[in-house]
Design a protein around this ligand. Structure first.
Ligand code: FPP
Length: 246
């Protein structure tokens, strides 16, 4: 039986988030420039998006560019932004064919105008799609998101629109970039690094974490299915005891 056939459709993660890491090391190992790693990484993005749609994962979020990534050499940033625009142009038909809606989280205003324009265009064209929501985290940093949330809620308190005692999880959720997304169930990070790197800190409170040594450009659909099968064999207790779950 194939890995895909072993997946229990009733126990899929509702929201899968991925830290796509290792493009640079992949290129270096092959004696190539880093942008070749990102280009191969973009092909992996397509394969993994299609695989998630195929098995009906409702929400997929990919960490494509962090607030910290702005510290990279300008040339690499420019190439990444160009790759993003060309991938969006090229893959619009893949999104439409698979009924996938594009969404973005992060400080989008800080992106180049051309990138914003292309993103908004694809978001508009795919807004009625309903099989899966693909969210790209771009110029995203969880701490920046939390600071933005605190500022917005403080302003509401100051203007008597909400009282401090009424601030609860749902109020905070409604101010995060992820306001329309559920909590993350499974977080995958490739390339052997075992850290969160300022990604969805609030949203992964109860997520299962899965780390693999495979570099993102080498990551395949079967690697994804292995991660999901591993997730399905875990017991998620959300603070309860095993007996309480029965
Ligand atoms: C991490 O590898 C990857 C990134 C910072 C960018 C992710 C971008 C892509 C996968 C390509 C295009 C994306 C889309 C959505 C089409 P790294 O450069 O940090 O690798 P390293 O840690 O080995 O140096």
């Amino acid at each position: 039986m194939s890995l895909q056939d072993q997946i229990d459709k009733n126990k899929l993660p509702n929201h899968l988030a991925v830290i796509m890491d290792g493009n640079g090391r992949w290129a270096k190992q092959k004696g190539l420039f880093r942008n070749k790693g990102h280009e191969k990484g973009a092909k992996t993005v397509k394969a993994i998006v299609e695989a998630c749609a195929e098995i009906d994962i409702p929400f997929l979020t990919l960490y494509a560019f962090s607030t910290e990534n702005w510290n990279r050499p300008k040339l690499e940033i420019d190439l990444l932004m160009r790759l993003l625009v060309s991938s969006l142009k090229k893959e619009l038909k893949t999104l439409q064919k698979n009924n996938i809606k594009l969404n973005v989280i992060g400080n989008i205003d800080s992106l180049p105008k051309k990138t914003i324009k292309e993103l908004l265009d694809v978001i508009e064209k795919t807004k009625s799609n309903s099989r899966m929501t693909l969210t790209l985290a771009l110029s995203y940093g969880s701490r920046e998101e939390i600071i933005k949330t605190i500022k917005e809620i403080s302003l509401k308190v100051k203007n008597n629109l909400i009282s401090p005692e009424n601030i609860d999880e749902s109020v905070i959720n409604s101010h995060l970039y992820t306001q329309n997304l559920p909590d993350v169930d499974l977080l995958i990070r490739t390339s052997g690094e075992q850290r969160i790197s300022n990604f969805l800190l609030w949203q992964i409170a109860y997520a299962e974490l899965y780390f693999t040594d495979i570099l993102w450009p080498d990551y395949t659909k079967d690697n994804l299915f292995e991660a999901i099968l591993n997730y399905q064999n875990r017991e998620r207790r959300f603070g309860k005891t095993s007996d309480q779950l029965k």
